[in-house]
Design a binder for this molecule. Structure first.
Ligand code: HEM
Length: 465
């Protein structure tokens, strides 16, 4: 416990009953709680919950001062790491120190923009299959975008990871991930978790989900290993061939290979599906933005499949994806950090042992950096628009622990979005209400987003896939 409280600790609301009042509000509506906190203390605020002091950093410069400049003074909050390691083992998402550095060095080259461009053909073929099925549906029937995007991104990550598509029914996997996400988030408000062998219904559910995930991943690793050659253009081959640049003899152990595969799979598809679901709803609600995208997609692609190069010529499409992730960042809160040395934030010194929290959902809706912050205005991200301060838009985090899959995600989302807009006009069904967000690790819509997909003139010369 922290006994030394510096005279310079940041302002914040009073904690009644050792902060149990905050704990209750946080549990009921975490994002509402942090939004109110930021309204009262725009740059930085401190709360107290039981024995912990938690400092929320909101000012973009200070966010970077902590996450970029003092990253070696931080570890991830132990409770979150403990919960995530149930499904993700000792993977790059949860490890710290030398072990994390080694894993990050080994994985990063395989997810560079250049290497990721090599997965584009896999991504477009997955999207093409899913969209061809959709084109056969009656036009008047609205489509549940969450289900569509989950299927599509699951297919993409499976093909990208394992090279060929070997899963016939992806629903059990999607359900297992959802179960673990929901359970994981509520566990964060409890001081400990029951071990997985406990015969409690909630624990059994998580155990079953974990077994499903482990089994599918193991089956795929084995199947891929028996057929693959070392020149395969898939993520698993990349993981198998990954060597530590500082120790070229070293490859990932069998357990590390399993854990990294799970993390790529889990971190890599739920976030992307969530971003695409919100994006599709926003496009359907904003026909004026949709028109801009249709115009550029039709003019640039002319019926061809998008590629990493042609995506660069679609500024409205790219800007709309960024703006959707500003309003609804899939990772609405970053992992809370623990200071393992004193940390300086602007004029404050946070002593070793404190927790520090970062909430992109709140930072990205600050009217000081985003005029009409609740409005969907992709033009903010167009080339030539006024500059957005660094650290004010960070759906992928920032600093050395920034999302390792950000180039993969941006490419995947761009390709899927372009192919969808090539084929369909998105229409918001009359009378349908806009859903609130439901935070369970990722920020998903609380009710399904349904959109009508009206077929455009058929694509006559599809080439490239
Ligand atoms: C729209 C899609 C995505 C979003 C919004 C997203 C967001 C994030 C964020 C915010 C972090 C940092 C968390 C923190 O600092 O506390 C992160 C880390 C991570 N992401 Fe992503 N992510 C996405 C897609 C992906 C994909 C496609 C992959 C893999 C192929 C991936 C793998 C990872 C991994 C392994 C980490 C941990 C990195 C480390 O700690 O060194 N993510 N992601």
């Amino acid at each position: 416990m922290n006994t030394h409280i510096p005279a310079t600790h940041p302002p914040g609301p009073a904690a009644r009953l050792w902060g149990l009042n905050h704990l209750q509000t946080m549990k009921a509506d975490y994002l509402g709680f942090v939004t109110r906190l930021q309204n009262q203390h725009p740059d930085i605020a401190q709360t107290r919950v039981l024995k912990e002091r938690i400092t929320h950093v909101f000012h973009p410069e200070w966010v970077r001062e902590v996450l970029v400049d003092q990253s070696d003074a931080l570890i991830r909050w132990e409770r979150a790491t403990e919960i995530f390691s149930v499904s993700m083992g000792q993977s790059v998402l949860v490890t710290e120190g030398a072990q994390w550095q080694r894993q990050r060095r080994m994985l990063q080259p395989g997810l560079s923009p250049k290497r990721v461009a090599g997965y584009a053909a896999l991504m477009t073929s997955a999207a093409q299959d899913a969209l061809a099925d959709l084109a056969r549906r009656p036009a008047e029937q609205s489509v549940e975008m969450d289900a569509l995007m989950t299927t599509m991104t699951l297919d993409v990550i499976l093909r990208a990871l394992f090279g060929s598509h070997q899963v016939t029914d992806a629903r059990p996997i999607a359900n297992a991930i959802q179960t673990m996400s929901h359970a994981g988030f509520s566990e964060m408000f409890k001081p400990f978790s029951w071990p997985l062998w406990m015969p409690l219904p909630s624990v059994r559910k998580v155990h079953h989900a974990k077994q499903t995930l482990d089994r599918v991943i193991q089956q795929h690793i084995q199947a891929q290993q028996s057929t693959a050659s070392d020149d395969g253009h898939d993520l698993l081959t990349m993981l198998r061939l990954a060597r530590d640049p500082e120790n070229p003899e070293q490859s990932l152990s069998a357990q590390e290979l399993h854990d990294q595969t799970i993390v790529m799979f889990q971190a890599g598809h739920e976030t992307t599906a969530t971003a695409m679901t919100w994006w599709s709803g926003l496009i359907a609600r904003h026909p004026e933005v949709a028109e801009r995208i249709h115009a550029e997609v039709d003019a640039v692609l002319q019926g061809n499949s998008p590629t990493p190069a042609t995506l660069q010529q679609l500024p409205w499409l790219q800007a709309s994806l960024k703006e959707a992730m500003r309003l609804y960042p899939p990772a609405a809160i970053l992992f809370t950090r623990r200071a393992c040395k004193d940390v300086t934030v602007g004029p404050w010194t946070l002593p070793k042992g404190q927790l520090i929290a970062f909430t992109p959902y709140v930072i990205q809706r600050d009217p000081r950096w985003f005029e009409s912050p609740d409005a969907f205005k992709p033009e903010r991200f167009l080339p030539g628009a006024p500059e957005i301060p660094r650290g004010a838009w960070m759906p992928f985090g920032t600093g050395p622990r920034v999302c390792i899959g950000q180039h993969f995600a941006m490419l995947e989302m761009g390709l899927i979005a372009a192919m969808l807009m090539q084929r369909f006009r998105l229409e918001w069904p009359e009378g349908e209400r806009w859903p609130k967000g439901d935070l369970a690790v990722t920020l998903r819509p609380a009710q399904p987003i349904r959109v009508k997909l009206n077929l455009k003139a058929p694509i006559t010369h599809p080439r490239g896939v």
